[in-house]
Design a protein around this ligand. Sequence first.
Ligand code: NAD
Length: 350
Amino acid sequence: MVARPARLTPPVECIRLYDADAGLDGVIAIHSTALGPGAGGCRFWSYPSRDEALADALRLAEGMSYKNALAALPFGGAKAVLRRPAGAFDRAKLFRAFGRVVEGLGGLYVTAEDVGTSVDDMQEVAGATRHVAGLPSAEGRAGGDPSPWTAKGVFESMRVAARTVLDSDLAGLTVAVQGTGNVGADLCRRLADAGARLVIADPNPLRRDRLAAILGARVVGVDEIASVQAEIFAPCALGGALTPEVVRGLKAKLVCGAANNQLAAPAVADLLMNRGIAYAPDYVVNAGGIISVSAEYLGEDESDVAYRVAEIAPRVAALLDRATREGRSPALVADEMAEEVIVGAQRVAA
Ligand code: NAD
């Protein structure tokens, strides 16, 4: 297995978030500001410890630097991670307290929704700062829930990758979708419209079973989804879905999904390649959400978002082609391309 070179630069800054009265406990990690303010969503999750929350924030912020660079956005990478309080709490108060910290950073960090946060939460944040996106928008303007844009980018990437890798349209193919949340459910609807067969898993029975009933999807357990008979595996839950063990059990020939940080370790990219499984790198295919968020923050129109989201799939096709030609994993090729952009901006700034 080829050792992957270390990724670029340690985080520029970590801001500890703590307000006992508001139930706020977490961290903002700003990984890079070479291309512009650090932009990345706010995750709200039950982390068992502060160390785990910090580790997640650092990993996610790094991922945002690479994602924003490759999507050609004028933003660096950052992420906020908030620990969900164990007992009862005032949600609006908590997110207003978070907003005050974001405001105090004076635009160094721009926040938005991520796993566990909603448009309502971002509206509370917006009561304290203007450095927030993912808010309801006027007709024709960029804004609102970024999930549909993320799902669109993943879907179009999957369509292009299926042609490149499987020499097939999506119609008639089986796609195993892990996680039927905001993005996963939207992706499932697009896949069903395109004539794909669906197998889905989610620990939340309400969302999962309703979707299965509407789309005629087969439901399997969360432990089975990665190893079911399918041409495509779409991780759309949390990170780290692709462990060495999962890769050994994969029957799919293509992995393409919305989840951030799908590779449990960088070396898993080589395991996929050695098994002949094509991997459409997560941060390349799931850039639709941050494209929408950044356009909203910059005061652009929905048509600007549509234009940039349409660029994702051709980028994925070019990346898969280049990886095949060079006999390297698409993850490594994507990282190199993103690093070229970030290092180039650092040189200009120096
Ligand atoms: P979400 O919280 O709406 O959905 C996640 C779903 O995954 C939930 O329904 C949850 O029950 C399910 N889940 C959790 N553990 C699971 C498991 N082991 N097996 C199967 N399902 C499981 O989140 P989302 O907004 O749909 O985001 C999904 C993923 O995509 C996340 O990794 C997120 O970081 C990434 N992402 C989202 C966006 C966006 O615009 N929302 C943008 C880029 C990346």
